[in-house]
Design a protein around this ligand. Structure first.
Ligand code: V07
Length: 254
């Protein structure tokens, strides 16, 4: 049993009300970080203030996941649909990876966190791509939590890219159609070295997948909460994991 004592440097500590079983922590948690704009609106702030606040939550939840022994954390930071937003908002969002990494890279290194990326990285602005590539290189040998950002990511696009690559192998007669099975196909998805998520969390009351990890979420537990992402705390995170463990107990037995 884990009773967490939150005692990170700058933050006030509080003892978690949730008791987790240390032997059934989800290996991979994926999160749709929704509600930043709505949180800002509620507070009479511009949307970008919501995104900035949401970035602080990314940091908090990353450290909580690392402390709890989660091995992979995937965060949906920017979807292929998000380009449709006003230009000023997109420009602001594209500066966040750089800002986040400048502020947090030292602590990520101290905590042995490895940064990875999933999505259509080549079509990001050069400054955004450069920042994430530097961070991936710098943390490549870290062996702790894998912090995987979905940036310019879309589940259908990922599937189509995989189909194209597999189809070209067939065309070149390097494989036969019957060589294609789930395991083979998985290795052409972007998440190849990462196991499928055990738990998907979506904040802010929306109960949809919104084109996120369509292939990988086939067997995952889904957890939805009304809490806006900027207000999603370590406590909320622990509650989600506790619910995951409760379900495992109910459905895992005979
Ligand atoms: C973004 C903050 C979180 C809420 C959701 C939208 C806004 C962290 C990153 C990030 C991405 C890559 C990376 C390091 C940090 C980020 C975007 C938006 C585009 F290597 N938060 N965050 N990227 N938001």
């Amino acid at each position: 049993m884990i009773k967490r004592l939150w005692s990170r440097k700058e933050e006030k500590s509080s003892i978690s009300e949730h008791t987790l079983k240390s032997d059934n922590i989800p290996v991979h948690i994926a999160i749709i970080m929704d509600g930043n704009g709505r949180w800002a609106k509620k507070k009479g702030l511009p949307r970008i203030a919501g995104h900035r606040s949401g970035m602080k939550t990314v940091k908090r939840i990353t450290m909580a996941a690392s402390d709890l022994g989660v091995k992979y954390l995937t965060m949906y930071a920017f979807s292929t649909e998000n380009w449709k937003r006003p230009k000023e908002e997109v420009d602001f969002l594209m500066k966040l990876p750089q800002q986040f990494l400048e502020m947090e890279i030292d602590e990520l290194m101290e905590n042995n966190v490895q940064v990875r990326m999933m999505g259509d990285i080549k079509n990001l602005p050069a400054h955004t791509r450069a920042a994430v590539e530097v961070a991936m290189r710098k943390t490549a040998n870290n062996t702790g939590l894998v912090l995987n950002f979905a940036l310019n990511y879309g589940g259908r696009l990922e599937l189509i890219e995989a189909v194209k690559r597999v189809a070209s192998l067939v065309e070149k007669k390097e494989i036969k159609i019957d060589d294609i099975n789930e395991e083979f196909f998985s290795s052409y998805m972007q998440s190849q070295q990462i196991p499928d998520p055990d738990l998907l969390i979506r904040t802010s009351g929306e109960v949809r997948l919104s084109n996120f990890m369509l292939w990988q979420l086939a067997y995952s537990e889904f957890y939805f909460t009304d809490v806006y992402w900027p207000e999603f705390s370590e406590e909320h995170f622990t509650a989600a994991i506790q619910e995951y463990q409760r379900r495992a107990r109910r459905f895992g037995g005979v």
